[in-house]
Design a protein around this ligand. Structure first.
Ligand code: PEP
Ligand code: MN
Length: 351
């Protein structure tokens, strides 16, 4: 079975005792490979705890000496990197609020030249993969790609969500296609924002072949000075890790391979049929565009569109498809169809 990389420690180092006791208990689980603690905390709210600063580096150096485990801290500028390196920090991570800022990433990259420290780059707060890839490229430029790992901590969403930061797993497929060699770690703590969903998100990450997890742990989570709702005790972390299943990526068993290939070839056929049909549907939309142009009729006819949605949604149950899914597919089809009609009807505006 796969051996995932487990990074854990408090959201913030608060006191020497809290840091050392938490780290020692984590080491005792024998499941944790890297210890983490935030000492410079980028907080959204200025009233929130902003970290103990350099003092925390002394505590972490002690935790490293006592446990024998490597340590990681978050950095947000060049000075942080200098300080972290001077205390023997092994891994630094660039937080979500820093990945969005090319000036800071550049500044951090410039002091990493020639160092051995490993760099973890969290996804930017907003779902913009080019910012994430840009940060990777800036850091890789000064010290090679081998020492960089990605950390998926979810993305801010407007309005209600069951997550603190929505995972948007499909974006992760995308970035892994773009950076196939890079290790990727999931941070369920910042995705969930609470303890209850940690196991569920961790299991999804395991099933999507992530290389590891970063989970916040605190000796007394309820009393934590930051992110109190999402931290778990080292003991709870051990239970979570014992429950998780890291299934094999592949299985050579011939019955498994046969059943899988049978279903996969059926799926491949259905995908081809689906896109053939979509292509035919778009050609028809273009024909309609020509007729509308000829008769001087606007592209969008609300009634017609509403009746299409209603008709398909009325079959949702029978099709065993959720209304949300049907609406998402229809929206994509509709916007492509409008684009096609627009190209036909407003060609003259294009120059
Ligand atoms: C953290 O890891 O404590 C942290 C601040 O993370 P993020 O940058 O993902 O918000
Ligand atoms: Mn945190």
């Amino acid at each position: 079975m796969k051996r995932p990389i487990i990074i854990s420690g408090p959201c913030s180092a608060e006191t020497e005792e809290q840091t050392i006791v938490t780290c020692t208990k984590l080491a005792e689980t024998q499941k944790v490979n890297i210890l983490r603690a935030g000492i410079w905390k980028p907080r959204t709210n200025p009233e929130s705890f902003e970290g103990v600063g350099e003092l925390g580096l002394i505590w972490l150096a002690n935790a490293k000496r006592i446990t024998g485990l490597p340590v990681a801290v978050e950095v947000a500028n060049a000075e942080h990197v200098h300080k972290a390196l001077s205390y023997g920090v092994d891994y630094i991570w660039i937080g979500a609020r820093t990945t969005v800022n090319p000036f800071y990433v550049k500044e951090i990259a410039s002091v990493l030249k020639g160092t051995q420290v490993k760099v973890l780059i969290k996804n930017p707060v907003n779902p913009d993969l080019s910012l994430w890839v840009g940060a990777v490229e800036r850091i890789a430029h000064t010290r090679g790609i081998e020492n960089i790992w990605l950390v998926h901590r979810g993305f801010s969403a407007h309005g209600y969500s069951e997550y603190r930061n929505v995972p948007l797993w499909h974006l992760i497929f995308d970035i892994r296609r773009q950076l196939p060699e890079m290790k990727i770690i999931c941070d369920p703590s910042h995705i969930c924002g609470n303890r209850e969903k940690l196991l569920k998100i961790s299991q999804i990450a395991a099933d999507l072949n992530y290389d590891g997890l970063m989970i916040e742990s605190h000796i007394c989570p309820e009393a934590a000075w930051s992110d109190a709702k999402q931290q778990i005790t080292p003991y709870e972390l051990k239970t979570l890790l014992d429950t998780l299943k890291w299934r094999d990526v592949n299985n050579e068993n011939s019955i498994f391979s046969y059943s899988l290939s049978k279903f996969r070839s059926e799926i491949d056929q259905i995908d081809s049929d689906l896109f053939e049909l979509l292509s035919r549907r778009m050609k028809l939309a273009e024909e309609i565009g020509k007729i509308k142009l000829h008769s001087n009729v606007a592209i969008f006819q609300e009634q017609r569109w509403n009746s299409i949605i209603e008709r398909i949604i009325s079959r949702a149950k029978r099709l065993n498809l959720s209304e949300l899914f049907i609406r998402a597919i229809l929206d994509a089809i509709h916007s492509e169809s409008i684009n096609r009609q627009n190209e036909i009807m407003n060609k003259q505006l294009d120059s």
